[in-house]
Design a protein around this ligand. Sequence first.
Ligand SMILES: [Zn+2]
Length: 350
Amino acid sequence: MTFMLMLVRQTRHRAKHMQFSMGIRNYSGLLGRRLRRLVGVVLVTAIASLSLASSLSAKNAIRKVNKEAQEQYERLFVLANTEFTLLHEIAHVIIWEKNPPIFGREEDAADTIAVMAQMMLPADPKAGGEIRKLQAVADGWKLEWQLVQEDDLENAYWDLHSLEIQRYYNIACLVYGADPENRTDIVTAAQLPTDRAEWCHEEYALAKRAMDWLMTKLTDSPVGAFTSQHANVTVSYARNTTLEGEKLDTWLRESGIAERLAEALMRRFDLPRDIEISFESCPFPNAAWDVKTAKIQFCHALLNRFLYLARELSRERNESADNSVWKAAAHTTTSGKPGNSSTINARSPR
Ligand SMILES: [Zn+2]
């Protein structure tokens, strides 16, 4: 600022001198040459100060745009992962409360239901649509896996859940398998090995058949046919006192994600009892369905974890070319997807 002020002052001083000198130019050739030199200096100084100012304001503008884009990505990442997690937990609710036949592990089934439901939910095309959302979820798992490796933690092969990196590939495979013709770019961007990729269409078809069954056989009434006999699904928010909790809370409430999913669950399924979705403070970054209390507990710390992962991923992407973004051909079809809206829900101990 001080430097800018000096330049402005200098320019003003020389401009004053120039006005005076111009008056005597006709009397002396020498004075005229000096004056021309002086005019040149003034012009160069003025241009330099103008270009410095414009370069500074351009840098500020770029910084502002970058900051806005960064915040936009963080919001998308946090909300996409929150939606997936809620869908995974709602899947547990349906499995426990409606007893559909499940082959394989419940946690894998809940993940598949969550991915399929997230593909059915409306997504903002300006924000990259469903693919961007699902990539955010998959990337979250991949980064969690990388962090486990970096910290040399135990790989939980024995766990109820698939390993984080398997959850990543399962999501990538279903997203690609939903429309392989138009989503070939995803195979490269997601680093999906050919041995897996060539079966993704079949994996998706199997998941879709199960999902269609769930959405027709297990729902007891058409969408919107709400009656007072239905159990209630309520959403509650405790004050988020974590660092940046206020911002996270605002994003969450403004999005209306929890309320929309609660309503879909309530309207589509004849649940035997009331269910609560509770965003609250708890010691670990986790979400879980508690059968005893009929409550989905979503910890504030998990929202903070999502924000942390989003920032780590942004840093990674800025360092490398953005060739890891999943893209689909513009004419990707959405036909063949079951109706609008949905149900199901998302993950538990992360
Ligand atoms: Zn779970």
